[in-house]
Ligand binder design. Structure first.
Ligand code: 13P
Length: 208
């Protein structure tokens, strides 16, 4: 059970609550120094309990107050310092953003990814904002050291579309179609089917 984008306090609570993995997202802290110090603390506390830690350098852009921010590029030197703390995975900005990408998105920065990989060595890198990144860019990112890809919005969209279809076809009005388990079923199945497709594209089938 993994906590995604936790604050320092969230991580401590989740470690106490029995999570097996936490992401401390210190990229929004006032300074990099605070991110570094708090990541070090979380690593110490989590590792004593056998819990893995994902850290973040260089914020992942996305929609804030209705405005889509461009993706940030993480500083390889900062990535190196965070990696040296013994984190288990590192999320780093390489132009990726959460949510649907804007029409004029510049794409992932492979130069940045290569420089970060060079700085952190074997540490597995995490690509956030997986929704809508073209498959060729995803596969290139994997070849350059990305080991985990987070996809959320894509799955929410297929769930919503399947649920809308069920309701708009009036199926909730037929027999016991109003049963919440029936209403949710098409969306659930749509998520499973899309997750399978993504796993095939990412080459992660049978690797967990
Ligand atoms: P998307 O919603 O853009 O796929 O991003 C998911 C994510 O990175 C969660 O941490």
């Amino acid at each position: 059970l993994h906590l995604d984008h936790g604050t320092y306090e969230n991580c401590l609570e989740c470690i106490e609550a029995g999570f097996t993995s936490v992401m401390y997202d210190g990229s929004h802290e006032e300074t990099f120094q605070i991110n570094l110090e708090r990541t070090a603390e979380i690593v110490k506390i989590a590792h004593e309990k056998g819990i893995s830690v994902e850290a973040e350098v260089g914020g992942i852009g996305g929609v804030e107050d209705g405005v889509v921010g461009q993706g940030e590029i993480a500083d390889p030197e900062e990535c190196k310092q965070i990696a040296a703390l013994g984190v288990d995975f590192l999320a780093c900005g390489i132009g990726n953003i959460h949510g649907v990408y804007p029409e004029d998105w510049a794409g992932l920065s492979f130069d940045a990814l290569a420089a970060i990989k060079e700085a952190v060595g074997d540490l597995p890198l995490v690509l956030h904002g997986g929704t809508g990144i073209p498959v060729d860019q995803i596969q290139k990112a994997i070849s350059l050291g990305v080991s985990k890809i987070n996809v959320n919005t894509d799955l929410q969209l297929v769930f919503a579309a399947a649920t809308r279809e069920y309701i708009e076809a009036g199926k909730d009005l037929e027999g016991k179609g109003f049963d919440p388990r029936k209403i949710i079923k098409p969306g659930r199945e749509a998520i499973v089917a899309r997750a399978k497709e993504l796993m095939e594209e990412f080459g992660s089938v049978n690797k967990a």
